[in-house]
Design a protein around this ligand. Structure first.
Ligand SMILES: NC(=O)C1=CN([C@@H]2O[C@H](COP(=O)(O)OP(=O)(O)OC[C@H]3O[C@@H](n4cnc5c(N)ncnc54)[C@H](O)[C@@H]3O)[C@@H](O)[C@H]2O)C=CC1
Ligand SMILES: O=C([O-])C1=[NH+]CCC1
Length: 312
């Protein structure tokens, strides 16, 4: 008889998922994905259906990683929340399968996985693409992703200054109280961005929040929001002037409003840079357009499941 699936709640997942283990796994799988060998890594473009009545979408993110024998699907609901600030922008559930039998081994709350793996992938892009001397970090948007990004970026890199700005001062101040690290809260995004070496956009906006004319030449931008073909976080000037990196070319061509609507050309996948098949143009202004990938959730879920299992 097949084993019964276990349910791992968000706090259990959070306890067993560490950045130290996650980052090397993500680097490995992003590289494998960009080699494009379909017998190694299978990941179709996310299928997304609208939840009309609630300005939301449900995305299905299956992935199979052959050499590690990981079969996984995340279901992620995400919303445009412009007028409705008290509801979450994202909810996620991850199913980890036994690939041999096809039965579900674990059902996991997917929020911590989504927050950490997204921040970790942005940090991987920054390691490769941010200016060698990066003193000032600026985070636009002060929600859940901002917390995980602040956590990992301040742990991995040393900034002289961290700036944050959100749609409202109240959200930014709540964020500052929650993370309790050194930072300056700004009320103007333009002022927050001025002179920054590294800019992270983690907003739920569907209109540009970052404009090319504000961005210091040579800066690196990790753009995490705007995951629909008609949503934007970055303006046309920035998209045309910067060298554009993505997590997946296929996904970007279908889902990224910043890429589709600006007509910007994708220079490389981050996995190609990790593989050494495309260069990291650190001296240019660079944008990493993140959309999120099922393989990222899959390696995270496997780490969590293995650690949970060995704790039993
Ligand atoms: N690329 C990826 O892998 C993933 C992307 N996302 C996307 O990341 C974005 C952020 O997600 P969460 O942090 O969970 O959302 P959240 O709702 O917790 O936070 C969003 C923040 O953006 C701020 N914001 C909205 N408009 C703004 C503006 N014009 N200027 C400055 N700040 C503004 C809000 O005040 C809020 O603080 C969403 O668009 C979500 O869909 C989420 C998961 C994975
Ligand atoms: O990868 C992910 O989980 C998501 N990308 C956009 C919204 C959620």
């Amino acid at each position: 008889m097949a084993e019964q699936p276990v349910f791992l709640s968000d706090d259990v997942v959070a306890r067993f998922l560490s950045y130290d283990e996650l980052i090397p796994k993500l680097e490995e799988v992003l590289g494998q994905f960009s080699r494009g060998v379909s017998s190694e890594v299978v990941q179709p473009v996310r299928s997304v259906m609208p939840i009309h009545n609630h300005h939301g979408y449900l995305g299905l993110m299956p992935a199979y990683i052959a050499h590690e024998d990981i079969l996984c699907t995340k279901m992620v609901a995400f919303y445009r929340r412009e007028g409705n600030l008290n509801l979450p922008s994202t909810q996620a559930t991850v199913l980890l399968f036994n690939p041999e039998y096809g039965n579900v081994r674990a059902v996991m709350d997917g929020l911590d996985i989504t927050h950490k793996r997204t921040a970790a992938v942005s940090a991987i892009s920054a390691k490769l693409l941010m200016p060698a001397q990066s003193d000032v970090l600026c985070i636009l948007g002060c929600g859940h992703q901002a917390v995980s990004h602040y956590e990992i970026f301040t742990r991995l890199f040393s900034f002289k200054e961290v700036r944050v700005c959100s749609r409202t001062l109240e959200t930014a101040e709540r964020f500052a109280a929650r993370v309790q690290g050194p930072m300056k809260v700004f009320t103007s995004a333009e002022e927050a961005v001025h002179g920054a070496d590294l800019i992270i956009t983690v907003t739920n906006s569907s209109e540009p929040v970052l404009f090319g004319e504000w961005v210091k030449p040579g800066a690196h931008v990790a753009a995490v929001g705007a995951c629909r073909p008609d949503w934007r976080e970055l303006d046309d000037v920035l998209m045309r002037d910067a060298v554009i990196y993505v997590d997946t070319r296929e996904g970007a061509a279908v889902e990224s409003g910043d890429i589709i609507l600006s007509g910007a050309e994708v220079f490389a996948e981050v996995g190609e840079v990790l593989n050494g098949t495309r260069p990291a143009l650190r001296n240019k202004t660079t944008v990493f357009k993140s959309l999120g990938m099922g393989i990222q959730d899959a390696v995270a879920a496997k780490l969590v499941f293995d650690k949970w299992k060995s704790s039993q």
